[in-house]
Structures are given as C-alpha cells and as structure tokens.
Unconditional design. Structure first.
Length: 134
C-alpha cells in the first residue's frame, strides 16, 4: 500500500484526470473507459496537497487523440443495429446478413454505454424495404 507521504507532488505540466475530462468536454466515466480500453493508467500525485490520479503530458496527448477519434453520440434518427433488429422483431444476424448482402451503409456511434453499429433513417428504410421483399 502506498503511504500518503510517498505520493509525489504533481509536476507542473501534469493534470488531474478530472480536470482533463472537463477540458475535453467528456464525462469521467467515458474518459475512464477510453483509458481502460487503451491501457492508459493515471498515477497518484499530489495536486494542491490532495492525492488524486494525474496524467503526464504524454498521456494527455495520447488521450486527446483517442477522445477525438472516439465515436460520437448518434445524430437524430439514428438507431443501434441491436435496437433496430428488436424493433423489427428480427434476429440481429438476420439484419446483419441483409446489410452485407445489399451493401447497406452503416456507421458507428456511442449509445448509452457502448460504441456499436448504427443505422441512419435511410438505412433503416432500406432494410425495411428489403425485409418486405423476403
């Protein structure tokens, strides 16, 4: 167990995870997920005498790129593939097969807790039409 006194003061260009998340305009949970997925580990440092997780300038740069690349929430009208399959009362693989066979365009967006395949209103309509033909 690391004792309180063993935690070094944060170097000047280090930033707390909380500050970094706020600066990037994302929530802590989302930042923690990005960090976990990319094995970026914050180390404990003292910021103004308080022991909290801190990020080095290198980690900040790496995470900034990852945050910029991270899928965004879906635009209005887009639904996740899973939700759409459910709405059609169809198995997800059935819908995936149609998408593959007919080259229906998909995207990737962040829904609630995960990034997954998303369908635009046009893609949803196209799949409905293809299913009606089957």
């Amino acid at each position: 167990l690391v004792q309180e006194y063993e935690v070094p003061d944060a170097p000047e260009d280090y930033q707390t995870v909380k500050e970094f998340a706020k600066e990037q305009g994302i929530g802590r949970a989302r930042l923690n997920r990005i960090m976990g997925e990319n094995e970026v580990e914050a180390a404990p440092y003292k910021f103004s005498g308080t022991r909290v997780p801190g990020l080095s300038p290198t980690q900040q740069a790496q995470l900034k790129n990852l945050v910029d690349q991270a899928p965004t929430p879906p635009p209005e009208g887009y639904v996740s593939l899973g939700a759409f399959a459910q709405e059609l009362n169809a198995a997800r693989p059935t819908i995936e097969k149609l998408i593959q066979e007919y080259g229906v365009e998909t995207s990737r967006h962040f829904f609630k807790t995960a990034t997954t395949t998303s369908l635009s209103p046009e893609a949803q309509q196209r799949i409905r039409e293809l299913r009606a033909r089957e």
